[in-house]
Design a protein around this ligand. Structure first.
Ligand SMILES: Nc1nc2c(ncn2[C@@H]2O[C@H](COP(=O)(O)OP(=O)(O)OP(=O)(O)O)[C@@H](O)[C@H]2O)c(=O)[nH]1
Ligand SMILES: [Mg+2]
Ligand SMILES: [Zn+2]
Length: 355
């Protein structure tokens, strides 16, 4: 396999040359297991670790490799290597880590498209879809909605669901599939382009790994029947994995997500809720909260039905979380800084006291 088959391109090659990395091999991180990485190069697959320098200079999770990264490695043995450098990423899918507020988790990097998978049975939820769209927009990853398990409902039910989505989400491609009958697979396969990277995102049990295995033609990821479990907090896939499909597309499977936290302080939700945001900018009140102000343009649009109530409420909720997340990050930075100062003074004192 050539690294071009893994998505390597001219931009990365230019970076490699400009940064004098000729003495190193270039590969892509295809799996991650607790700070050990599987890296695929044109020579094969390597078990890799990062240099001490990367570890000690790291400021945040973003300075560590993630699945999808291009890395320059020093090969030591036939199957062992050290990651010397992470090449620049063209996109980063991130979210707020569950249970650790203010911490960011990298889902995957260098992704072109996210397949947002929701099952049409009990998992289906438009608010959650809008959350995923927010993550995609702030990550510069193009979204495609995949509705799975359509074999479990009839045509009328499906058309009701499609109608309800289209009221609130208009411009995102949508594919309906069944992993059982493989209905919709032609459409998915046709939409996958050679050399582009696709990432499967969605709750646990929606059929991501089943789709992944079926598209790859192999059983790479374990899948499991939900009926055998309680369907609560049970995750079948526990790591991420990248493969190259027969038609040249590159696909990444992911563990299911319990919560979709918005871990971005930039403009993610502004694009998803573009209509609300453009209205909010036109609002005659500076610092309007768009919740109770008489004469607020957003509220007027909601009243006139230009923005549906549910999208409006979801917008307020996501905005609130964003503000909360940002203040938590700011708090954390401040504490880290204070700790840094403390450490510096402490060291100074130690030196002083020695004499
Ligand atoms: N009826 C039906 N069952 C499906 C379909 N897709 C997947 N399943 C079943 O749903 C269960 C969960 O599928 P997985 O592919 O493991 O789900 P997952 O999204 O990878 O789950 P996590 O790895 O926990 O995130 C399995 O029993 C599958 O056989 C489908 O289209 N129709
Ligand atoms: Mg899975
Ligand atoms: Zn307003």
């Amino acid at each position: 396999m050539q690294i071009e088959d893994l998505g390597y391109n001219d931009k990365l090659e230019k970076f490699r040359i400009d940064n004098h990395l000729n003495h190193l091999e270039i590969g892509r991180v295809i799996a991650e297991h607790k700070e050990r990485y599987a890296v695929r190069t044109s020579e094969g697959e390597f078990d890799a670790e990062i240099t001490g320098n990367i570890r000690f200079t790291a400021q945040s999770r973003e300075d560590f490799p993630a699945v999808g990264d291009w890395v320059a490695i020093q090969v030591y043995e036939s199957d062992f290597a050290i990651i010397q450098k992470i090449l620049p990423r063209f996109s980063v899918l991130r979210r707020q880590a569950v249970g650790q507020f203010g911490e960011i988790q990298l889902i995957a990097t260098n992704i072109d498209y996210a397949f947002l998978v929701q099952a049409v049975d009990r998992d289906f939820n438009i608010n959650r879809l809008q959350r995923y769209l927010t993550i995609c927009n702030s990550s510069k990853v193009r979204p495609v909605i995949i509705l799975s398990k359509i074999d479990l409902i009839d045509e009328n039910q499906l058309s009701e669901i499609l109608k309800s989505i289209r009221i609130r989400i208009n411009h995102v491609p949508l594919i309906t599939i069944s992993n059982k009958s493989q209905e919709g697979y032609d459409t998915i396969k046709r939409s996958i382009e050679k050399g582009k990277t696709y990432c499967l995102l969605g709750s646990s049990g929606v059929g991501k790994s089943t789709l992944f295995n079926n598209l790859s033609g192999k059983t790479i990821m374990r899948t499991e029947s939900i009926s055998q479990s309680t369907n609560k907090g049970r995750h079948i896939t526990s790591h991420r994995e990248l493969i190259v499909l027969e038609n040249g597309g590159i696909l990444i499977d992911n563990p299911g997500m319990r919560e979709v936290g918005i871990a971005d302080s930039t403009d993610g939700s502004e694009i998803t809720f573009d209509m609300i945001v453009s209205l909010s900018q036109k609002c005659k009140f500076k610092d309007c909260t768009h919740t109770s102000e008489a004469g607020c343009s957003v509220l007027e649009a909601v009243e006139q039905g230009e923005i549906d109530q549910a999208t409006y409420e979801n917008y307020l909720k996501i905005e609130k979380e964003k503000v909360h997340f940002e203040s938590t990050v700011a708090d954390k930075r401040k504490k880290d800084k204070e700790f840094g100062k403390f450490l510096k003074n402490y060291k100074k004192d130690m030196k002083k006291n020695r004499y």
